[in-house]
Design a protein around this ligand. Structure first.
Ligand code: FEO
Length: 411
């Protein structure tokens, strides 16, 4: 945990979180950083905070000491976003200091009361509003609703061209001593890109339309630095994360990459027997293949893979006239996140009754997912050589559909 200088007069304070489920739900095997920014003019503002987990407010306050910013000198607490991973520290802050002004959106006002019993000293800002901190430092605000809650705003420092957009342009992954893209190797940048896909697909995906609108809103700004609420700060190449995010938003409707995610579950190993032939057939077609087992693998991992995949294979048995339950659950979650227009293939075993297809169709239709399925394969009990060959053939057919879809996109 450290404090660093983003640019003249702006400092990044940060804490890494590990060994938690983000939002109480999503595994973060590589942790996550929570970033807060001090902006100094003649007056001082803090932009977002960090959650109120054990020990964090104290370490945040210790970082303020390191840059010689006494808590008492903070005039404005800018709350871009009310989710408690960014606002939770206010509870501790207000125990120490009472006379500060909250700067936030109109939609955050009732939440501020609901979460923190704060009803006074709130400066409501929206599109086009500014806050002059003195010494030539003027902050401008923009509403970016649903990135990631409806009340969210972004703060832009007009003096340095630093955009502080909270969740937007963020990523998972703990950040150690080098929090800036200009300090990182290509390998480290690649790591944070993968963590950004995980973060985006798990947390932001359902809000891809507003996320794209937010990016388009930010485009005219003279941005030199992007300093998000999670992940690294982009000051060498801020357009990289902008373009990456544009790509992630486009994955919702697809086509995505020339990749296929196989999600499989098996009760007694019969469906499992046909998974390896599927993997080999897809790889032989030159596609990148992600393989996940349900219920063993985390939803976070599965959604991350599906988000960038143009093709999906669902391999599971029928269970009590329906889909294998953990497969139905992950498919339903993919539907809620509006993972649309995938090329897909289903195969699996059944014993005394089929029925998986009916539930699969219901989920796909309920969420208007518009997945394009090639003919499914069901086999009684264990698959035979003819079934293996059918799986191979249909995976080749799927690979062809994936390649055609990606090629059309790139035209
Ligand atoms: Fe990082 Fe929506 O909170």
């Amino acid at each position: 945990m450290n404090v660093t200088t983003v640019t003249d007069g702006i400092y990044r304070l940060s804490a890494n979180m590990r060994d938690i489920l983000f939002e109480g739900l999503w595994p973060i095997p590589n942790g996550v950083s929570m970033n807060s920014y001090i902006v100094k003019g003649e007056k001082t503002a803090i932009v977002d905070g960090v959650c109120g987990w054990d020990g964090v407010p104290e370490t945040l306050f210790a970082q303020l000491d390191k840059i010689d910013v006494p808590l008492e000198s903070i005039d404005y607490v800018i709350v871009n976003h009310m989710e408690p991973d960014h606002s939770g520290w206010i509870e501790d802050f207000k125990k120490i200091r009472q006379d500060f002004t909250i700067v936030t959106s109109q939609k955050a006002v009732p939440l501020m009361e609901a979460f923190f019993d704060i009803t006074n000293d709130i400066m409501v800002v929206g599109d086009g509003d500014t806050l002059d901190l003195g010494d030539g430092r003027v902050l401008a605000f923009a509403e970016i609703p649903n990135v990631h809650w409806p009340e969210t705003i972004a703060t832009f420092d007009t003096k340095s061209g630093t955009l502080m957009p909270c969740d937007a342009f963020g990523s998972f992954g703990a950040v150690e001593d080098a929090p800036y893209d200009d300090q990182l190797t290509q390998e480290q940048i690649d790591f944070f890109e993968q963590e950004a896909v995980r973060y985006y697909s798990n947390i932001v995906a359902a809000f891809s339309v507003p996320a794209r609108k937010a990016i388009e809103k930010a485009a005219p700004l003279p941005i030199k630095i992007i300093a998000p609420g999670h992940g690294i700060v982009w000051r060498k190449d801020p357009m990289k994360i902008v373009n990456d995010y544009l790509r992630y938003t486009s994955y919702q409707k697809g086509p995505c990459e020339e990749e296929v995610t196989i999600i499989w579950g098996s009760m007694y190993g019969n469906t499992e027997m046909a998974v390896e032939p599927a993997v080999k057939a897809l790889e032989a077609e030159g596609l990148k293949v992600h393989v996940h087992q349900v219920p063993e693998d985390s939803w976070g991992d599965i959604i991350t893979s599906v988000w960038s995949s143009t093709g999906v294979v669902l391999a599971m048995p029928t269970y009590e006239y329906k889909m294998f339950p953990p497969m139905a659950a992950i498919l339903d979650e993919l539907g809620k996140k509006k993972v649309l227009n995938r090329k897909a293939f289903r195969f699996g075993s059944y014993g005394w009754s089929g029925g998986a297809q009916k539930e699969l169709d219901e989920i796909v239709q309920k969420h208007k997912m518009n997945w394009d399925f090639i003919e499914p394969l069901e086999f009684i009990g264990k698959p035979g050589e003819e079934d293996f060959q059918t799986v191979r053939d249909r995976c080749v057919e799927l690979a062809k559909a994936v390649k055609e879809a990606v090629a059309l996109k790139e035209r």
